[in-house]
Design a protein around this ligand. Sequence first.
Ligand SMILES: Cc1cc2nc3c(=O)[nH]c(=O)nc-3n(C[C@H](O)[C@H](O)[C@H](O)COP(=O)(O)OP(=O)(O)OC[C@H]3O[C@@H](n4cnc5c(N)ncnc54)[C@H](O)[C@@H]3O)c2cc1C
Length: 525
Amino acid sequence: MAESSTRDSDDDQIYSKIIIIGAGMAGLAAANHFLKNGETDFVLLEARGRIGGRIVAIEMGNEKIELGANWIHGVLGNPIFELAMANGLIDIISVPKPHKVVAAMEDGKQVPFQVLQEIYEAYVCFLRRCEEYFLSAYSPPEGVDSVGAHIALEAHLYLSSLPPEERRRRELLFDCLLKRETCITGCDTMDEVDLLEMGSYAELQGGNISLPQGYSAILEPVARHIPKNCIRTRHIVSCIRWDNADATDGTDSDDSDRTVIRSTAKDWPVEVCCENGKKFFAEKIVCTLPLGVLKEKARELFKPPLPTSKLDAIDRLLFGTVDKIFLEYERPFLNPGISEIMLLWDDRSLPEAEKEDLSKTWFRKIYSFSKVSDTLLLGWISGNAAEYMERLSTKEVAEACTSILRRFLNDPFVPVPKSCVTTSWHSQPFSRGSYTAIAVGAGQMDIETIVEPLHSGDDATNLRVTFAGEHTHSSFYSTVHGAYLTGRRAAQTILDSRKKKKQPLSLSCEETSDLSSWIQGISLD
Ligand SMILES: Cc1cc2nc3c(=O)[nH]c(=O)nc-3n(C[C@H](O)[C@H](O)[C@H](O)COP(=O)(O)OP(=O)(O)OC[C@H]3O[C@@H](n4cnc5c(N)ncnc54)[C@H](O)[C@@H]3O)c2cc1C
C-alpha cells in the first residue's frame, strides 16, 4: 500500500497537493489514477461515514440488498465490467434465471402475454425513434420537444384504429412502460426529458450484468490501494476557496529544479473548509460533488462563485429521484413461475382533483414488483411520488404495497411483509436525488460546461479545480462507469497540468473500461 505524504500541521489545518471531494466511484477512481501515476499526496474528503456514495448495500434478513447501483450496464468497453472480471466478481458460468412477467390490471385481470409482447415491441420501437433524432438531421414534429410527448403521439397513432376495450388495455401498458422509463432515466415524467438529446446516452453492448455478491462488492478492489489515512470520512465540505490570488502556483514544482516552499496557509492556492472546523490546503481540487448537491449548494460553496455559465448548466440539467422499496416476507407467496408483476394502473379514470393529490396517488407510480428472491420483492418508484414516499414511515409504505398486491393479484390473503426498506435518495443531503438526465432545453453542452476546469485568473495553466462524477460524462451520465471514467479524466487533467511533458492518458486498467440500462429488460421468451 502506498504511503500518503499528506501533512497535518496541527489538528485543524491539513496540507496536501491535491484534495478530492467525495469518495463515491468518481473520487475513488481519481485517487487510484493518482496512485498509479506515482502521486500519493492527496486527501479524499467524504461527508458520509462510509465510502461508495450511491453504491451502497445493507443487510435485510438473510439477504444483502443494494440501495443504489445494481447493474453493470454493458460489457464491451465497460471499465467496471473489466474491473469486476479482473477481481473474480463475475460468475461467467451462471445462467440467468428466466424472467417471467405478468401484467395485471387494478381488478386483478391479467393481460394476455401476446398483448404485453406486442406493446413492449412497439414501445421499444418508439423509444429507438426518439433516440434517432440525436444523430439524424430530421426534425421532430412541430411542438414536440420531449420524449414523453413523442411517445404519446406515436402511441396515439398506433392505438387509434383499435376498438375501445383493446385500446384501453394497450394504453395502460404504454403508461406502465413510461413509468418504468422514468426509473431508468431518473425523472418524474418523460415529458421532462429532451427529445433531441435522448440519443446522447451511449448504451454499451452486452446487457445488464449483476454481480453475485452485489454491486457494492466492486468497492473493495477500487478502494484497496488507497491509504486509509488519505480518506477522511465525516468531513462535510462547506466552503471551497479555489482562487487564492496571493499563492504561488506550484504548477512546475514537480519536475523542475524549483521547489515551491509554502510556510503558511495563505501560500496555498486552494482551501477547503469542512463543517467540523478542519481546513485543508492544497494546489488543486478534484470536485465530485453530485449534481443534486451542486444544484442546492454550488452558489454558496464556491468562493469566488462559479462562472454563471456553469451555474446555469447545473440548473438546466435534471437530477431526478428514483427510489427502491424492498419487502421481505416470512414465506414465498408469489407463483414460483412468476418473477415480476407489472401494475397497469388506470390513472386516466381518476378525478382531476385526485390526480394532483400525491397523498392519494403516490403509490400509483410503483410500476411493478419483481422478485429478488422467493421471499424478497423489489418495487421501483420515481419523481414527485418517490419524494413523497420518502416522507412516509416504512410501515405506511408496506401497508400501501400490501393493498396493491392484494388488489392486482386479486388475492386478499397476500401476507403483510415482515420488514420493509425504502431508499431516500432525494432526502439524502449528500445526493439530493438519484442520477442525471437531460431536461428539455438542456444538452450535452451543459455537461461539457460543468466539466470545464477552473483556473486562477486568465492564466489557463494555473489549474485549480477539475470536475468529475456521473453528471460530467456526456454520454455515460447516470452510470457508475461514467463516474469512474470522469474520475480518471479529472485526475489526468491535473497530472497533465503539473508536468512539463504531458503524460499520455493511461487507459490501461489492470482493474478494468464501461455501461447499459439498469432496469432488467422484460424477457419476452
Ligand atoms: C437507486 C439507484 C440505482 C442506480 N442503479 C445504477 C445501476 O444499476 N448501474 C449504474 O451504472 N448506475 C446506477 N446508479 C447510478 C450510480 O450509482 C451513480 O451514477 C454513481 O454511483 C455516481 O458516482 P459519483 O462518484 O459520481 O457520485 P456519488 O456516488 O454520489 O459520490 C459523491 C460523493 O460525494 C459525497 N459528498 C456529497 N456532498 C459532500 C460534501 N458536502 N462534502 C463531502 N462529500 C460530499 C457523497 O457522500 C458521495 O460519497 C444508480 C443510482 C441510484 C440512486
